[in-house]
Design a protein around this ligand. Structure first.
Ligand code: DX5
Ligand code: ZN
Length: 221
């Protein structure tokens, strides 16, 4: 059975104190540190790249779950591997040759994920799933934190979970206490959340609620 993993999105953290924000999230129970890499081309926003991952790597042993919202992700595999990224998740829509890219990422010793945008059907990842560590089903249009969760994306999560019981299925965008049960029941086990964790009066309680909800749903399944 897949285990619950909670991945705070550092996009909602204080970029002037990223290393401290990473350690704070790990201390509060986070499993992964979700790093949103945006290039101003694949998405209309610009965030961070490999140099920041490299700097962070010197300050944290946390699992760096790197979500690349970039065109031509191929060109960043070497840099992210050298920087110390643990997982390289690229967008299906951004590459012409997912198979070659998966092999490149593996050859560099990183875990591999494929992300799909809300309008991309789940079936595009079926044939790659056995070679992946994770599939990321976006629950907002990629580009910005603080958007509303799109429940219609849960059909894709249900479909992927029924086909791939052992696959880590990550959901990203608008996840919050009011919709975690919907995501957990659909079969998501890796939960990315920015606003709902960082803006909470008790981020620790939100992380714990996410984990318990997944575990409870699994226990009755
Ligand atoms: C959006 C990013 C998300 C985002 C999540 O493009 O991929 O990781 O930061 O933030 P919230 O949880 O605020 O939607
Ligand atoms: Zn993300």
């Amino acid at each position: 059975m897949v285990t619950a993993k909670i991945a705070p999105s550092l996009l909602s953290g204080d970029f002037a104190h990223l290393a401290e924000e990473c350690e704070r999230m790990l201390d509060l129970g986070a499993d992964y540190l979700h790093m949103d890499v945006m290039d101003g081309h694949f998405v209309p926003n610009l965030t961070l790249g490999a140099p920041i991952i490299k700097s962070l790597r010197a300050h944290t042993k946390g699992f760096l779950d790197c979500h690349l919202m970039v065109s031509k992700p191929e060109q960043w595999v070497d840099d992210f591997a050298s920087a110390g990224a643990d997982l390289f998740c690229f967008h299906y829509e951004a590459t012409e040759d997912p198979t070659a890219l998966i092999e490149m990422i593996r050859a560099k010793g990183m875990k591999v994920g494929i992300a799909i945008k809300p309008n991309t059907p789940a079936d595009v990842v079926y044939k790659f799933a056995p070679a992946l560590d994770q599939v990321l089903v976006m629950t907002v249009e990629p580009g910005f934190g603080g958007q509303s969760f799109m429940p219609e994306c849960m059909d894709k999560v249900r479909d992927l979970r029924s086909r791939f019981p052992e696959l880590d299925i990550e959901v990203d965008g608008g996840l919050a206490p009011e919709n975690i049960e919907i995501a957990a029941k659909a079969g998501a086990n890796v939960i990315v959340a920015g606003s709902s964790i960082f803006n909470a009066s008790s981020p620790e309680s939100v992380i714990s609620l996410f984990r318990k909800t997944i575990q409870n749903v699994q226990a009755v399944a």
